[in-house]
Design a binder for this molecule. Structure first.
Ligand SMILES: Nc1ncnc2c1ncn2[C@@H]1O[C@H](COP(=O)(O)OS(=O)(=O)O)[C@@H](OP(=O)(O)O)[C@H]1O
Length: 280
């Protein structure tokens, strides 16, 4: 694997310099997931900090073979040019649930600080379903009603549904903890980030040992969008329309079934990270 990573690495993993003194470096911070956890909101909010330079797109280096085969020079080419003293961050929500990623990331970037943003697992499943539903709609493809995907004919929860597996946080976390110490992973409460982003973002700032810069005035609630939006040097902006979609209505008995299903996996996750979350 090392040869794949080093292939064509002319400038060295330390970084690729630009004449104006900025450098493309391996990320100091990686937002590893979870899909639909609020990863876009988190990276945008973190970018309010002057000492943070964020990669624009999801990189998918460690989880997509076609990208990984291109080696580290390609990975570096996806990073933003950062000033000396700035921290570089990339986000790829699929990293958290991809079993090969923790080992690969550890080999390339063992000192990275990891941010993991999680939501109530049931809410995350509904968000995941909604995302796939919209993608299929765009492609004029058929979609299954949510009840059919969630519950089997015998009334049991459909364990084969991928979105359900992605919400089994302890399964994936166990894999990460084989390669990274717990104190290098900060779990962001995605539900709290939706309700009131400022305190959550301050926690992230502290974890990253960034000088406190982000303040309450950087956030305002937009009634039309129904979410907090950002104010940066007087410019106001909300996240894209694909963030904050309405979820399908699910029959209360099915919701209860899901809450019950996640109860034990959630308990295992809390035990792993030594912290509880206010999930159903
Ligand atoms: N401020 C703000 N504005 C809009 N949306 C917000 C915000 N904070 C968190 N969120 C939640 O982010 C959810 C999308 O998560 P991700 O960005 O991780 O999705 S993705 O995996 O990259 O597709 C998205 O999920 P849905 O509500 O299901 O669309 C939002 O609930």
């Amino acid at each position: 694997m090392t040869s794949v990573l080093m292939h064509g690495l002319a400038d060295g993993a330390a970084g690729v310099a630009h004449p104006n003194g900025t450098v493309r470096r391996l990320p100091d911070i990686v937002i590893i997931g979870v899909r639909k956890g609020g990863t876009r909101a988190l990276i945008e909010m973190l970018s309010l900090h002057g000492d943070v330079a964020a990669a624009e797109n999801e990189v998918h280096f460690f989880d997509w073979e076609s990208h990984f085969q291109k080696g580290l020079p390609w990975y570096l080419s996806q990073m933003p040019y950062a000033l000396p003293g700035q921290l570089t961050v990339e986000k790829t929500p699929a990293y958290f649930t991809s079993s090969k990623v923790p080992r690969r990331l550890q080999q390339v970037n063992p000192g990275a600080k990891l941010l993991l943003i999680l939501r109530d697992p049931t809410e995350r499943v509904l968000s995941d379903y909604t995302q796939v539903y919209h993608n299929r709609l765009l492609k004029h493809k058929q979609h299954q009603p949510i009840e059919e995907v969630l519950v089997l004919k015998d009334g049991g929860v459909n364990l084969g549904y991928k979105a359900l597996n992605r919400s089994l946080y302890y399964v994936h976390m166990q894999n990460w903890l084989r390669h990274f110490p717990l104190d290098s992973i900060h779990v962001v409460d995605g539900d709290a980030l939706i309700r009131d982003p400022f305190p959550e973002v301050k926690r992230v700032e502290r974890f990253l040992r960034l000088e406190p810069q982000i303040n309450a005035a950087n956030f305002y609630f937009n009634r039309t969008k129904g979410f907090y939006c950002l104010r940066d040097h007087g410019r106001e902006r909300c996240l894209h329309d694909s963030k904050g979609r309405a979820h399908p209505r699910v029959a209360p008995d099915i919701l209860q079934k899901l809450y019950r299903f996640f109860h034990e996996p959630n308990r295992k996750f809390f035990e792993l990270v030594g912290r509880t979350f206010d999930w159903n």
